[in-house]
Design a protein around this ligand. Structure first.
Ligand code: IPM
Ligand code: MG
Length: 353
């Protein structure tokens, strides 16, 4: 082994969680081991408890031991949870920058319910604020003389908007240079996303800022998805808008995300949830978690490995292989999770020979 390959060793913490989480994490890790070996680096994986299993064993959805395990690692691969654990982890590590790429595959254009010609070459990056806003604002259930009530508060410090704006501007600057800003200033004027982003954009003269009311943006995303480049959104708006990405690519099972803090440390996961209806059957689509792994490799600077995974995926999908969520028809071939992993390993290996 050469000296440079010895220095490229990464420690990952896998948090499989619940439902299909363990299956898709295991599948994505197998593919990661293979691509690591072929590209001359190694990956060591530690496992941590999160969500319901963690609660059962350790009495907490996001135990201290799990957080400590993640502390010194090079990245966290997250499966899925149904109740608690995820938001605590995001907050604990200050993973404020959530990147959700949505790129269509030519071979899957007909899977989406939108018209194929509107989907060709769609390449959108959602930049979602992840550690503030209504998810983390003051909230409670209470009761007064009018009855029982509840509230969640959508609060943002200006600096929180500015720091996520900088991430989105940087990304737009390295892409097509269009940054669409989701806002709702006609009803929520004290959250001035447009003004704050426009001020930050002075440092990025090449980037065009396009403020858009979030309701209109949701409509534009389904009527004209090719228009968009980078979309910046608050925590709740980004959650809702990025699921439309699932409709655009044909299955939510294909999408992944990276959640990063200011030091570039991150957690990588699929966008989908625990899918209890198919859990334990070995038929889940691991490509969402794999999309997270690809983002992790890019974050590490392992560009070649990331590229080879993207190419392998394109080839496998072009050859007609589909997990059940992609509803194979006609000539397409139904595969389960393990078969899809095997196809990846074959494809990656044959490309290296
Ligand atoms: C997501 C999920 C989570 C969110 C849930 C599981 C809390 O929908 O990552 O998009 O709303 O952030
Ligand atoms: Mg969501």
């Amino acid at each position: 082994m050469s000296e440079s390959s010895l220095s490229r060793q990464y420690c990952v913490v896998a948090l499989p969680g619940e439902g299909i989480g363990p299956e898709v994490v295991e599948a994505a890790l197998k593919i990661l081991y293979s691509v690591a070996r072929l590209n001359g680096f190694s990956v060591k994986v530690d496992y941590g408890a999160i969500g319901n299993p963690a609660y059962t064993i350790l009495g907490s959805f996001c135990p201290e031991a799990t957080r400590q395990l993640c502390e010194g690692s090079d990245g966290i691969i997250f499966g899925a949870v149904s109740k608690g654990g995820l938001l605590e982890l995001r907050k604990h590590f200050d993973f404020f920058a959530n990147l959700r790429p949505v790129r269509t595959f030519d071979s899957l254009l007909h899977k989406a319910s939108l018209k194929a010609e509107k989907l060709k070459a769609v390449d959108i990056l959602f930049v979602r604020e992840l550690t503030s806003g209504i998810y983390f604002g003051a909230s409670r259930r209470d009761e007064d003389e009018k009855g029982a009530y509840g509230y969640h508060t959508m609060q943002y410090y200006d600096w929180e908007i500015r720091r996520i704006a900088k991430v989105a501007l940087q990304k737009a600057n390295n892409r097509r240079g269009l940054l669409t800003v989701a806002h709702k200033e006609n009803a929520l004027p004290y959250l001035p996303w447009t003004r704050l982003v426009t001020e930050e954009a002075k440092a990025f003269p090449e980037v065009v800022i396009e403020p858009m009311l979030v309701d209109n943006l949701a409509m534009q995303l389904v009527t004209n998805p090719q228009h968009f480049d980078v979309i910046l959104a608050s925590n709740l708006f980004g959650d809702i808008l990025s699921d439309i990405g699932g409709a655009i690519v044909g299955s939510i099972g294909l999408l992944g995300s990276a959640s990063l803090n200011t030091s570039g440390f991150g957690m990588y996961e699929a966008i989908h949830g625990t899918a209890p209806d198919i859990a334990g059957k070995g038929i889940a689509n691991p490509l969402g978690t794999l999309a997270g792994v690809i983002l992790m490799l890019e974050q590490w600077g392992e560009k070649e490995a990331a590229r080879s995974l993207i190419q392998a995926q394109e080839k496998i999908l072009a050859n007609g292989y589909r997990t059940a969520d992609l509803a194979p028809q006609g000539e397409e071939i139904l595969v389960n999770t393990a078969e899809l992993v095997e196809l990846f390993i074959q494809e990656l290996t044959s490309n290296k020979i």
